[in-house]
Design a protein around this ligand. Structure first.
Ligand code: NI
Length: 136
């Protein structure tokens, strides 16, 4: 089994705000991230798939195909968007990096070629903060 990773990038705005809470409670829990007029991040997205290399190509999968799938189903939906307002697969969810990573997993898991499985979504919100999701 070999693990293959493609790095993609997107910029997006969001805020962390629970509408069921008071403004005071949101400020207490989320601090600057609750800023009413949004804030942005430069997200770095590592998508790792796993499989056995095809004997004819030596590839787990064609990484150009992987990149195209990520662009079509993930970054075109997220890049330069407001995560709270603009993204169909995040509607009704808190736009934490955790939930964005899980949403990305759900976008991609059933789009991969046969014999290739999604292994990990690693999403950097800042150079020092990232989450990893392995589908469970
Ligand atoms: Ni943020």
């Amino acid at each position: 089994m070999v693990y293959l990773t493609r790095l993609e990038h997107f910029n997006a705005a969001h805020k962390l705000y629970n509408p069921n809470w008071t403004k005071e409670k949101n400020d207490e829990v989320f601090g600057l991230c609750a800023n009413e007029n949004w804030h942005g991040h430069n997200f770095e997205l590592y998508v790792t798939v796993k499989g056995n290399p095809n004997p004819d190509t030596g590839f787990v999968m064609d990484v150009k195909v992987l990149s195209k799938l990520i662009v079509e189903y993930v970054t075109e939906k997220l890049d330069h968007k407001n995560l709270n307002l603009d993204v169909d697969f995040l509607q009704g969810k808190m736009c934490s990096t955790e939930n964005v990573a899980m949403g990305i997993w759900n976008q991609l898991a059933d789009k991969l070629p046969q014999n290739v499985q999604l292994h990990c979504i690693k999403l950097y919100e800042t150079p020092r903060i990232f989450v990893e999701y392995f589908g469970e």
